[in-house]
Design a protein around this ligand. Structure first.
Ligand SMILES: Cc1cc2nc3c(=O)[nH]c(=O)nc-3n(C[C@H](O)[C@H](O)[C@H](O)COP(=O)(O)OP(=O)(O)OC[C@H]3O[C@@H](n4cnc5c(N)ncnc54)[C@H](O)[C@@H]3O)c2cc1C
Length: 549
């Protein structure tokens, strides 16, 4: 849509850059209405275009003397925040030489990608009273995983994870519901029976989102592939794990990363309390450690145990390929264990399970093979199975990894996964507001921002949308409280270890630990502890939302 379709802005004097930084700043601009518009005296409404949010009032008087016919003089306020707009509007009444039309100029906002994150972002921008353009390349250009031209298509499972009260996925959804998430509303409408999980009819879900976006007067949907991030205005990049090639290249240039595509794999994580430390022993390989501590827990195998485990890995049932015929390579340094195992019986014990430099305290000898468990966080309440990325079905992982000595009763906080992914190295690039540190007018949301999962993508879309709207209105962007699941996702993407960065689902691991007193209180009560974390998260979200912008 061209901004000049309904009339013609006349040449303006160059804006004073100094003055612009001191809101409220106003200028008077002239607008040449068409004859028909002038006749119908509707130009004040028709002068709306996408980067102008309009607080409008019909012109009380005809254009001022000495102006060309059909020429309007319009008071324009640059970058007023919501409170200033109200006072500016009343000032406008005393603006004798101009009709009482007030246009609040904001930067144009482009949302690139009409998937889960992009649709939620566009909706939040519109909810803040601003207009935006949502760019979606389908159906002209499709991806290997999408099947339809609908917005917010769920490419694989139809589950938005558990609604089990006081679980981390429930908390994230509950926070989104409290913030009027479009996609969570659509999920409620499209819900189908699925036990505790929020499972949806994917067609009804995508249809509900598509209808809401297409019929919103402040969202312009443009079906085209975007090749570069727009140089002007505000942009939210939400093009997902299957971002098209040209744009991925441009993002690579912008972020200084030459490779964004790869088959991404994630190692499983187990709850520390479920590890049998009478078997798993603490040691660092060759006693090398940054602070001389024994950083790892080590699960020792004898030959018989190793052989049984190896055979089980080879025979494990895999997750069916999401994208048949996909040729995206595995990272050679990050191969799934099944792939390593297929290269020979000893490859695992010379690879991720090598026993060198580790002496078992019980026997004083080196084990036949060792799985190392690496502490996941400062709290040491969860451990990562080092190098155990894989694509086995989840129940298979539980069964086979419980064959590991020391993990017989392991509780899995996360299972290993593998899929093609495109994401940026968020901790080195993004602020907690999801803005690119080097170009704050560019936001990243969804899977490409370095989160994992449907609801996490929706959540970062919501955050980026709200923050982009605040930036456009020159309001202060308030990061979400750290206690919330939303704030914890932002803290993770912007603050995790950039060197070994891997996208994450929401888990209690990402949320801050309870204070000492509460920990004592819930020492032997895991459900109680989780309920308390959720209670605090929602309380702080409510307090955050209660503060006017
Ligand atoms: C094959 C596969 C299966 C997955 N399965 C699951 C699962 O079962 N459960 C789960 O929780 N997560 C899953 N994920 C991970 C993730 O949650 C989903 O990919 C999710 O859809 C991400 O949301 P998003 O908004 O970031 O991206 P998407 O929903 O993919 O949306 C991105 C949109 O951007 C568009 N686009 C791309 N490039 C351009 C461009 N240059 N210009 C304009 N538009 C563009 C695409 O067409 C798409 O519509 C899977 C990922 C993949 C790749």
């Amino acid at each position: 849509m061209s901004p000049l379709q309904v009339g013609q802005w006349l040449p303006q004097p160059a804006p004073d850059p100094e003055a612009r930084t001191k809101p409220p700043h106003t200028t008077t601009r002239t607008f040449q209405a068409s004859k028909a518009q002038a006749k119908r005296r509707k130009y004040f409404v028709e002068a709306i275009f996408f980067n102008l949010a309009v607080v409008t009032k019909a012109p009380a008087a005809p254009p001022a003397d000495g102006m060309r016919k059909n020429t309007l003089r319009i008071a324009v306020a640059h970058s007023l925040n919501r409170h200033a707009r109200v006072s500016f509007f009343s000032q406008c009444a005393s603006f004798s030489s101009a009709p009482a039309i007030l246009l609040v100029v904001t930067s144009s906002i482009h949302v690139i990608g009409g998937g889960l994150a992009g649709c939620e972002a566009a909706w939040q921008i519109a909810a803040a009273g601003l207009s935006c353009v949502l760019h979606e390349m389908r159906p002209m250009v499709s991806t290997d995983a999408h099947k339809t031209d609908r917005l917010a298509e769920l490419v694989c499972s139809n589950s938005l994870k558990t609604e089990g009260l006081n679980s981390a996925p429930w908390l994230l959804k509950e926070e989104l519901r409290r913030m009027n998430s479009l996609l969570l509303q659509a999920a409620a409408q499209a819900r189908v029976p699925g036990g505790q999980a929020l499972t949806v009819d994917r067609e009804r879900f995508a249809e509900a989102v598509t209808d809401a976006i297409e019929s919103h007067p402040r969202i312009a949907l443009e079906r085209r592939e975007v090749h570069t991030i727009p140089a002007d205005g505000i942009a939210i990049v939400a093009t997902g794990p299957l971002t098209s090639g040209a744009l991925a290249h441009n993002i690579g240039e912008l972020t200084g990363t030459d490779r964004l595509y790869f088959y991404d794999s994630i190692s499983p994580i187990v709850d520390a309390e479920s590890i049998d430390t009478s078997i798993a022993f603490r040691a660092s390989r060759y006693d090398k450690s940054i602070d001389n501590s024994s950083d790892y827990l080590n699960c020792p195998f004898d030959k018989e145990q190793y052989d049984r485990f190896f055979d089980a890995v080879l025979a494990a049932e895999p997750v069916p390929a999401h994208i048949p015929e996909d040729r995206t390579p595995f990272f050679e340094s990050c191969l799934p264990i099944e792939e390593i195992a297929r290269r020979g019986r000893d490859t695992l014990r010379f690879g991720p399970m090598k026993p060198m430099g580790l002496r078992e305290p019980r026997t004083g000898r080196r084990a036949y093979a060792v799985l190392q468990l690496r502490q996941e966080n400062a709290r040491a309440d969860s451990y990562n199975l080092v190098g155990f990325q894989n694509y086995m079905r989840f129940p298979e992982q539980a069964r086979i990894f419980r064959m590991i000595p020391g993990l017989e009763k392991a509780e899995f906080l996360r299972y290993g996964q593998i899929h093609r992914n495109t994401y940026i190295n968020a901790p080195s690039l993004l602020a907690p507001t999801l803005q690119l540190r080097r170009r704050p007018e560019v936001f990243f949301a969804g899977q490409i921002s370095g989160v994992e999962g449907y609801v996490e993508s929706i959540a970062t879309g919501l955050i980026a949308g709200r923050n982009a709207a605040a930036l456009a209105l020159r309001e202060h962007i308030r990061p979400f409280p750290r206690e919330t699941a939303l704030g914890s996702l932002c803290a993770y993407v912007s603050g995790a270890d950039a060197k070994n960065y891997q996208p994450a689902n929401i888990t209690f691991d990402l949320l801050p630990k309870l204070d000492e007193a509460a920990q004592q209180l819930f020492r032997r009560d895991r459900p109680g502890r989780h309920a308390e974390v959720c209670r605090r998260a929602l309380e702080s979200l409510d307090a955050y939302l209660a503060v006017p912008v």
